[in-house]
Ligand binder design. Structure first.
Ligand code: FAD
Ligand code: NAI
Length: 330
């Protein structure tokens, strides 16, 4: 059965787009909204003087059979490529090679390519922050931060991080309560670009006992700009929480220092640097919810926080929300 009006989806991260694709494929009309200027959310890439940078998700793994299959399709279409970095581990002050057999994927030529391709020609309003989701007699309407209303919609799918979802789920207090119970932790991300390549073999490094928890060499990813030797450094959740309001220049200085200590070669001042704070980077724990649904009301929520807090979890949650919604339409 087709819904009586389009289905609104708030959020064009991978969860919202996974839901949108599944609903569209089932013959439903969807309308997407995002507060940002483009799609991707935490899989977005930032354009900079040092080329496009993946400041959020660095790579992803595929373990669930359904996700493995879809990633293979994305690979065949050229949206993703395998990343085989020379991996290291930094622990107890020591840097050591840490190779493994895990298959890791990245968007090609940048992380945002995936959601850009998934969005295709689906209708979307960007730069549109939804502040309220309310139900009239038969249909749903949305209000944005500019005071404009959008609708009518038959159903609403909220595909934002949990703290942003709980406010939008007010019409379904049980769902709002579940979303409000999910704590999400921040991550400070810093990009450091060097004019001459650093003399190290490291291309990715899992870090412990440091303000940093992850380091990646951008040029080692397939299809990336090689103008400069650009690194993305992620602070740990604990350090990010402790330094949440630190000015960006100071964050760059601290993480540049910590990076120089662990990387094991001379590190000059960067030719270019930037910092980005992800306030809701990852859920503090994982859940087995799949997606949240109040099917009688027609209000739904999905996102990485409903499952594993990873790209795969977000995609699976989007599939689950679409399945739940379509089941109720039959
Ligand atoms: P999001 O990507 O957050 O999408 C939500 C969207 O909703 C956003 O586009 C946002 O703009 C929009 N939105 C929010 N509120 C509103 C509103 N009121 N109105 C309109 N739009 C709104 N995962 C991995 O698998 N591997 C990794 O290596 C990895 N590294 C990471 C590193 C960092 C620093 C971060 C931040 C995340 C990382 N992740 C990683 C996690 C991964 O990025 C997420 O699990 C996944 O991208 C979440 O997708 P999502 O669609 O659930 O949410
Ligand atoms: P994965 O299997 O590569 O990594 C999972 C974890 O296993 C790593 O965090 C690391 O601790 C360990 N590990 C894996 N390979 C290793 C190796 N060769 N040497 C040493 N340790 C190794 O990928 P998966 O399971 O898909 O996880 C996604 C990654 O995304 C994780 O690293 C996670 O920390 C990161 N992430 C970061 C977020 C942030 O906000 N910074 C948010 C969500 C995920």
């Amino acid at each position: 059965m087709t819904a009586t009006a389009p289905i609104a989806i708030i959020g064009t991260g991978i969860a919202g787009l996974s839901a949108a694709q599944a609903l569209h494929a089932a013959g439903q009309q969807v309308q997407l909204f995002d507060k940002s200027r483009g799609s991707g959310g935490r899989m977005a890439s930032k354009r900079s003087d040092a080329g496009a940078l993946d400041l959020g998700a660095q790579y992803f793994t595929a373990r669930d059979r359904r996700f493995v299959e879809v990633v293979q399709q994305w690979q065949a279409r050229g949206w993703v490529a395998e990343w085989t970095p020379s991996l290291y581990h930094f622990k107890d002050g020591r840097l050591s090679a840490s190779p493994d057999e895990q298959v890791r994927w990245v968007g090609s030529p940048r992380m945002s390519a995936i959601t850009r391709a998934m969005l295709g020609a689906l209708p979307v309003h960007f730069s549109c922050r939804i502040t309220e989701v309310f139900r009239g007699e038969q249909h749903w309407s949305l209000q944005d931060a500019e005071g404009q209303s959008h609708g009518p919609f038959s159903h609403v799918v909220i595909a934002t991080p949990a703290p942003q979802a709980s406010a939008l789920l007010a019409a379904a207090p049980k769902l709002a309560g579940a979303a409000a119970s999910v704590a999400m932790e921040p991550t400070w991300a810093v990009a450091l670009a060097f004019a001459a390549p650093l003399e190290t073999k490291v291309e990715g490094c899992f870090v412990q006992d440091s303000p940093i928890d992850w380091v990646a060499r951008n040029r080692s990813k397939p299809g990336r700009d090689r103008l400069m030797d650009t690194w993305v450094v992620h602070a740990s959740s604990a350090w990010s929480k402790q330094h949440l309001d630190m000015p960006k220049e100071a964050v760059i200085e601290h993480l540049h220092g910590a990076f120089a200590e662990l990387i094991g070669c001379a590190v000059p001042a960067p030719a270019f640097s930037l910092a980005h704070r992800w306030l809701y980077a990852r859920p503090a724990s994982s859940h087995q919810w799949g997606a949240l649904a109040d099917a009688d009301l027609g209000l739904y929520a999905c996102g990485d926080w409903c499952l594993s807090g990873r790209v795969e979890g977000a995609w699976l949650s989007g599939q689950d929300v679409a399945r739940k919604l379509l089941e109720h339409l039959q």
